[in-house]
Design a protein around this ligand. Sequence first.
Ligand code: MRU
Length: 337
Amino acid sequence: MISGLRTIWWEDGKVFMVDQNKLPWEFTFKVCSSVEEVAEAIKDMTIRGAPAIGAAAAMGLALAAYHCKAKKKEEMVKAVVKAAEVLRSTRPTARNLFWAIERVLKVLEMKEGVEEVRREVLMEALRIADEDVEVNRKIGETGVSILEDGDVVLTHCNAGALATVGYGTALAPIREAVKRGLRVKVIATETRPKLQGARLTALELKIEGIPVKVITDGMVGYVMREGMVNKVIVGADRVFKDGHVVNKVGTLTIAVVANHFNVPFYVAAPTSTFDLTLNVEDVTIEMRGREEVASIANFPILPSGVEALNPAFDVTPPYLVTGYITEKGILRPPFTL
Ligand code: MRU
């Protein structure tokens, strides 16, 4: 059962993660022994999805503390703070990465001895990972209330088990519905350029026997106009206090089309994705390299010399969002949490 899969875990001073760049062709793991290796895995998207990269950052800090030879607390703090800087520079958009780092750094203020700090940094990282799975199950239990027997749900990118430590966010209500005997089907957008929908969402649902059809991103208007979709559920990388949602590029287009055809559009995310301090104008949208757009699954498609634009995320305004499915219920902005 992929819903029981863990994408990342700690074992004997090493961090293991499912290599998502190799899926669905190969099921392999990357083993990281240093914060630099974890940072590289986040950057090159070996591990991806907002909650999963949050957990990875926390475990990166745990590696820094675990392997630090410091004899004094101040030296240990220095090493972990430096590791936090390395991790902060990996991907700028998902709130969970920064949330997890802040949470682990708080432990440094509370603990005194070197051994205690080393142990507690690791314990906090493991708690972040465990809590993520619990929170996602609650998102499933909350979100199932919007689903009815026979629904066809459109989802974008991968906000499933692979994007989290386990169970997923946008796919959680669907999993819960199927568990309760509702016949729910999924339409998954392929999600150019990295194909998270085609490679990862389709794989997760196929393994669980949940019916899924993949469409190219340009087919969203067609399936909505034909009445083939009853609901949209997507994940989020950052949700602002006023309800603006940052998620995988293409989400805005889907929200506009859903609004045009009166299809309810839901965002499913843990409260660790919510940013109550910054405003949407402050968000940094990650810009990735030309090569991702210039090829499909490593096959070149652009004439040489042609430029490409590759923003990884876009911003959906709150008036297009029907509800925000969280572990604390279905919320409406402005959020206080
Ligand atoms: O670039 P990615 O694959 O990390 O982007 C992932 C998404 O945009 C997801 O929808 C989001 O992180 C939510 S995952 C539960």
